[in-house]
Structures are given as C-alpha cells and as structure tokens.
Design a protein around this ligand. Structure first.
Ligand SMILES: [Fe+2]
Ligand SMILES: [Fe+2]
Length: 149
C-alpha cells in the first residue's frame, strides 16, 4: 500500500478537520506550508518503517506525525522567538483538545524536537518521527520542497 493510502486510512479525520486545514495558512520552511510539511513527514515515517520492516503502531505513527506541528500560528512573525523550544508543548495541547491521542502519539508530538528539547522520545514511533522530521526539514530548507529528491 502506498504511503498516501496509509495516511488516509489512519488519518482521514485529521486531514479533513478544520484545525488541520488551518496548517495550510502557515509556512514551515521555504515555500512549504505546515500542512505540506506534516503530510510529508507522515509519508517519510511510513516509508522508513516500511523500508526497515520496523514493528510500529502504524496508526499512531501516522497520527502523531500528522499532528506533530499542530501549533497553529505563523512562527516567522515577531513574538515567536522561542518557537523551537515551545511549539512541541503547544502542539500537544492543541492536538489533545481536538483529537483523541494515545501514549505513542503524545510521546511523538512532545519529544519531536529532541535534541533541541532535551527530553528524548521513549517510543519507536517517537524516534522515527524525530528522524523523519529532520530529513524533511532539511529537504524543505535546501530544496524548497516537501520531499527529498
Ligand atoms: Fe516541530
Ligand atoms: Fe516538523
């Protein structure tokens, strides 16, 4: 099954929600919106898990990845100087208000900024998200695209 189909299978309610659609309004890196970034990170997580035959909770992996940057503001505007340090906590708070989260999703969202945020993820899904987020962020910053070429 393709990554996009797996994302729809486990995250369709998130993709269709008004809150998640708001991520289209905010730029993450380059010309890539937070929405595009989050979907690309979810696809990267699924792809790595598949390639490495990792035993993961695929539903949690998709949902945590989609919601990891659910902070819902433009971090380029003034007043967000501490964005790198604070947005994981805010994303967890807002995501937990709008969606039902399990332990793996909570771990993924709250620890995805490791090592900038000093607490490391405790779940396999959280470690995977940490890596996928950085790969996608690098690709977006260097290539201006949502996925590495
Ligand atoms: Fe983030
Ligand atoms: Fe991210």
């Amino acid at each position: 099954m393709k990554e996009s189909e797996i994302i729809k299978r486990y995250g369709l309610d998130i993709l269709r929600s008004d809150g998640f659609k708001r991520e289209k309004e905010y730029i993450q890196h380059g010309k890539v919106s937070v929405y595009e970034h989050s979907v690309a990170v979810a696809a990267m997580c699924v792809s790595i898990a598949d390639e490495l035959h990792l035993n993961v909770d695929m539903r949690a992996l998709v949902r945590g990845a989609l919601l990891h940057d659910y902070f819902l503001y433009d971090w380029h505007e003034s007043g967000h100087a501490w964005h790198g340090f604070t947005h994981a906590s805010r994303a967890l708070l807002l995501a937990s208000l709008d969606f039902r989260l399990g332990n793996a999703e909570r771990d993924m969202i709250s620890h995805h900024m490791f090592p900038l945020n000093r607490r490391a993820p405790r779940t396999r899904e959280g470690v995977l998200l940490c890596a996928a987020d950085k790969i996608c962020a690098l690709a977006e910053t260097v290539c201006g695209r949502g996925e590495p070429q």
